[in-house]
Design a protein around this ligand. Structure first.
Ligand code: ADP
Ligand code: ADP
Length: 227
């Protein structure tokens, strides 16, 4: 589902964020991406949804060479990928329902279908009773659940979560990780979680990729920090 072949990213400033990175992630995997600040984790995921382009090497997502997608086709490509961030990035003046429906409205899905689909994902994330609430009326964990609902409403093949629990307390964080695992198991979605949370990586053992100095320095199916 995701393949990097000799990927290097040098920013305009001259910073070499990724240096000959190689990686293979199969469809249906659940993977943690860990590593120190500045290691290149965010750059890696930005390449996957074409927020940035590789300087050299190949980035393949679902068999497509991402750097070859024309700019006009990028929005279509991005529907294959759901992304969730540490700070939720919800639209503050829209309700929970509208925040989630928004991603479908841009695809001209009929209104009745939109309603049913939004209800279904809100149920999956446990927020069916908050459809009419505004983001500021929700806790951080609830806001992250809305962001996850929005990210999966188009049934993406890949779900990327960049520090999804970075602003949450330990119990709430575990609930979010359990939700991401349920989406992985129930929908077969390939899930990537960038995290600094050692407790989570050690508790919910999954394949764990360590990025240091712009390349993969450890890749273990046992999970946990072994260094
Ligand atoms: P991480 O997510 O692991 O903290 P990043 O991918 O954000 O690492 O950053 C890797 C390196 O690239 C860092 O040195 C960072 O300062 C640099 N960097 C990230 N984004 C940019 C950018 N847009 N322009 C220039 N340098 C950047
Ligand atoms: P967060 O930690 O919330 O992910 P970051 O600090 O990593 O945010 O990055 C915020 C934005 O600034 C990103 O778009 C990133 O690409 C950019 N950025 C990060 N480091 C640099 C840098 N050294 N020079 C220029 N832009 C950078």
């Amino acid at each position: 589902m995701i393949k990097l072949e000799g990927v290097t990213k040098v920013y305009k400033t001259g910073v070499r964020a990724l240096n000959d990175m190689n990686l293979n992630i199969d469809a249906g995997e659940f993977v943690y991406v860990i590593g120190p600040t500045g290691a290149g984790k965010s750059t890696f995921i930005k390449l996957l949804y074409r927020e940035e382009k590789a300087t050299s090497g190949k980035v393949l997502v679902d068999g497509r060479d991402v750097s070859k997608i024309r700019n006009s086709k990028v929005p279509y490509f991005r529907r294959k990928i759901g992304v969730v961030f540490q700070n939720y990035r919800l639209l503050p003046r829209k309700t929970v329902f509208e925040n989630v429906a928004f991603a479908l409205q841009v695809t001209d899905t009929p209104r009745r279908k939109i309603r049913n689909r939004v209800r279904k994902v809100l149920q999956l994330v446990g927020l069916e009773d908050k459809a009419n609430a505004f983001p500021h009326e929700l806790s951080g964990g609830q806001q992250q659940r809305v962001a996850i609902a929005r990210a999966i409403v188009n049934s993406p093949k890949v779900l990327i979560a960049d520090e999804p629990t970075g602003n949450l307390d330990p119990d709430t964080s575990e609930g979010i990780i359990e939700l991401l695992q349920r989406i992985n198991e129930v929908n077969g979605t390939t899930v990537l979680v960038v995290t600094h949370d050692k407790i989570i990586v050690q508790k919910y053992k999954k394949r764990t990729i360590l990025i240091e100095d712009g390349c993969v320095t450890s890749d273990t199916s046992l999970g946990g920090y072994d260094n």
